[in-house]
Design a binder for this molecule. Sequence first.
Ligand SMILES: Cc1cc2nc3c(=O)[nH]c(=O)nc-3n(C[C@H](O)[C@H](O)[C@H](O)COP(=O)(O)OP(=O)(O)OC[C@H]3O[C@@H](n4cnc5c(N)ncnc54)[C@H](O)[C@@H]3O)c2cc1C
Length: 316
Amino acid sequence: MLFRTLILKTSELGFVRRLVTQSFIFRPLVRRFVAGETLEEAIAAAEVLAKDGFGVSLDLLGENVATLEEARAGRDAYIEVIDGIEKSRFTENINISIKLTALGLDQSLEEAETNFRLLLTKAAEHDIFVRADMEASDYTEQTIAMVERVYKDHSNTGTVLQSMMRRSPDDVQRLIKLGCRVRVVKGAYLEDETVAYKEKAQVDAAYIEMSKTLLKNGSYPAIATHDEDIVKPLLNFIKEEKIEPARYEWQMLYGIRPDLQQKLLEDGHNVRVYVPYGSQWYPYFSRRLAERPANMLFIMKALLKGKGSKKALKGH
Ligand SMILES: Cc1cc2nc3c(=O)[nH]c(=O)nc-3n(C[C@H](O)[C@H](O)[C@H](O)COP(=O)(O)OP(=O)(O)OC[C@H]3O[C@@H](n4cnc5c(N)ncnc54)[C@H](O)[C@@H]3O)c2cc1C
């Protein structure tokens, strides 16, 4: 947890951001987690996965836009994503994930909801599901409340609950009552201990409990983790409770544990890969780095070199 905090705080420093986004030495690592910068690249990656039998959720990276114009542009860019999916050869198992702050949640709740509803209407015309990702805890209540409001008119949406959040067991019940789909994750943001668990053991225990509840009583939950210590007990639970594979899916991130993704698929489970793309990849990339010390070794070496040489910063 300390490592994660350090990395997430460091990534907010201006010179670190400039170094990582402007220098080409990081590109191979970025490309491990991000499918590309354009919709065409994302669709190409999605088609490879879909051809192999994976579901895909496309995420056009972007969050916390600064103006309502940017929010409208974000909405329109997502409408292009829907058109892109529609033209793809593997349409039926590709859906969308979106952050509500990309639709203007910081600027205007009403406008963000209007943008979200428009997107959902357009997606429904093509039978496409759109999930509202869960962002930092400042947005938890707004996200859940918005999904509750729009779900009544747009059943092609659902959201995400983070097991690190102390409030999540109550939110599980709230969303089971609503009937929408829920993705369970551990949580990728820095949170205060007043609202979130800090110990991995607590986050993991809460994850397993929430998943079991949703597997039994939820609507097609998505179990989103790469952690085998979570996957194994949940596989046992699924077996013991005789829960059919059609009632849930596993989800993992593009570029992380492809071996585990393949294994679950081969064992007859539905597996969806979350495929992020776009030019605004830095915040997403920082969160992935913070999750694994090994990813950081590469960055630290380059960072130290870059600090010592201004040329490296200006060079690209
Ligand atoms: C499909 C999907 C959607 C998500 N959506 C959200 C969301 O809406 N909101 C949110 O807050 N979080 C989201 N997350 C991120 C999530 O909260 C965790 O931060 C992330 O999944 C890492 O947790 P883990 O469950 O894999 O367990 P961890 O304990 O972090 O990792 C377990 C193992 O997985 C592998 N692994 C995990 N991360 C990495 C990495 N970055 N690089 C290399 N190996 C790695 C390692 O082998 C590690 O030992 C999402 C995750 C997934 C899979």
